[in-house]
Design a protein around this ligand. Structure first.
Ligand code: EPZ
Length: 422
């Protein structure tokens, strides 16, 4: 297993290119199941999660090829479809559940293994299945698989009120509704930029979708969809992660491709903490206003609120802020696993349920720490950038799921970081 060694050092200066969004790409790829025409995604990130989705789609009968440039995915699904998504693939990545809606829409049947829980929570699918049931699907959980069948062979439009603005459920229902008979309205839909990106792609394929990006999305079903070529929107979570790097050790970073509109509430909090963000013609330039980071409070919420996927990274920054910060995690029930690892580095963090209280210390000290999930892993690397001495982050396979070429991106701006195999 690989580890990453980080030595706390001087300021970081230079440019970091931001890749296409993992969480947009993982929703866009299953859309190939909705059409017999080719779907091409450009600006796709090179990540292990994308490889897992590729493996899953191929198992369902799709052709998926990564082009020479390593960023273009050429997909087509015109052969016989296998409608069973096997557990041994689905268990590797929860987003595999995003084939449920498209399979039901295309074939009228689907057998999709429940993904099971993961480190950050139980991750149920009730909002997905309740919505599809309202669209006329009979769904039964048997042997760990969701066995779904559209009554009469085709889903029908429905008005669906989500109890929570679930990102995945919004994506599954939106894709299912594109080929349903009639109109579907999703109330309390998720508003994330990745939802808008998926809707943009589906419209290029011929879908009739309005209201994406707001809490009410209306989809008028059509009889068939065509092909499309679509660029994956940039990854706002990777963007936010690298925007925090100068907060740990000074300097100025320009995140190429960065857009403020993808992270408005996050940028408000950066300003509160004493981090300046400037829009340039290439992206976003970020630096500390002074050597001091101010303590702030954050509460994670669905978009446009503070993103849960940036909570761990912000906690790492606040470990050496001047004062006490309170972080409330409202999206997942167990997303503070990075806290005990940061405590090993000398941080002062008290966790009580969904609330973490961080009392700033002068400096963290490098130590061996363990990555527990994707965003926790990067928060430990960031913490190592500003710590005294060396930090060794183990189990970095978590990192490979969502961060492309972390070591070379950070080395390019002056970080003392390397990857070692043990
Ligand atoms: C997406 O997960 C992202 N993953 C997550 O990113 C992100 O943290 C999350 O949205 C919230 O923004 C992808 O897009 C692939 P949800 P998703 O459905 O769709 C509960 C990362 O680090 N819930 O909005 O699974 C659920 O348990 C990952 O890149 C139900 O109760 O998130 C959770 O507490 C982590 N029933 C909350 O809602 C359901 O049917 C948010 O889930 C569905 C969800």
């Amino acid at each position: 297993m690989d580890s990453i060694l980080v030595r706390g050092g001087g300021p970081l200066n230079g440019q970091i290119p931001i890749a296409g969004a993992k969480n947009a790409c993982l929703a866009l790829m299953p859309a190939t199941l909705l059409s017999e025409e080719p779907l091409t995604l450009t600006n796709a990130p090179r990540l292990s999660d994308i490889k897992t989705m590729t493996e899953l789609l191929r198992s369902l009968g799709s052709e998926v090829a990564m082009m020479q440039d390593g960023k273009t995915l050429a997909m087509s699904c015109h052969s016989e479809i296998n409608t069973r998504a096997e557990y041994d693939i689905v268990r590797k990545m929860r987003a595999s559940n995003l084939v449920l809606g498209p399979l039901l829409a295309r074939e009228g049947v689907a057998e999709v293994s429940l993904p099971g829980g993961c480190a950050i929570g139980a991750r149920p699918m009730d909002i997905h299945t309740d919505g599809l049931t309202l669209m006329g699907a009979d769904i039964e959980l048997r042997d760990g698989y969701l066995h779904a069948k559209a009554q009469g062979g085709r889903l029908k439009g429905a008005v669906i009120d989500f109890p929570f603005a679930s990102v995945g459920a919004t994506e599954n229902i939106m894709m299912a509704a594109t080929l349903a008979k009639g109109t579907t309205v999703i109330n309390n839909a998720a508003r994330e930029p990745e939802i808008v990106d998926l809707a943009d792609c589906l419209r290029k394929m011929g879908a009739q979708i309005d209201g994406d990006g707001t809490s009410t999305i209306t989809i008028q079903g059509v009889d068939r969809l065509g092909g499309a070529t679509h660029p994956v929107v940039i990854d706002r979570i990777e963007l936010g992660t690298y925007m925090l790097a100068p907060a740990f050790c000074g300097g100025e970073i320009e995140c190429l491709g960065g857009r403020m509109d993808l992270l408005t509430s996050f940028c408000v909090k950066l300003d509160e903490a004493g981090i300046d963000v400037t829009e340039t013609d290439k992206g976003l330039k970020v630096k500390r206003r002074t050597d001091e980071i101010k303590a702030i409070n954050i509460t994670t919420e669905p978009f446009p609120g503070f993103p849960t996927d940036l909570q761990a990274q912000m906690m790492a920054v606040l470990c050496t802020a001047n004062g006490t910060s309170v972080l409330e995690e409202k999206i997942f029930e167990n997303r503070f696993m990075h806290a005990p690892e940061l405590v090993r580095m000398g941080a002062k963090i008290d966790v009580a349920g969904g609330t973490a209280t961080v009392t700033g210390v002068n400096k963290l000290k490098g130590a061996p720490v363990m990555a527990t999930d994707l965003r926790a892993s990067i928060s430990l690397i960031l913490a190592g950038l500003g710590a005294e001495g060396e930090t060794k982050v183990s189990r970095v396979y978590h990192l490979d799921r969502g961060y492309e070429k972390v070591v070379c991106k950070l080395q390019a701006v002056g970080a003392q970081i390397e990857r070692i195999s043990e």
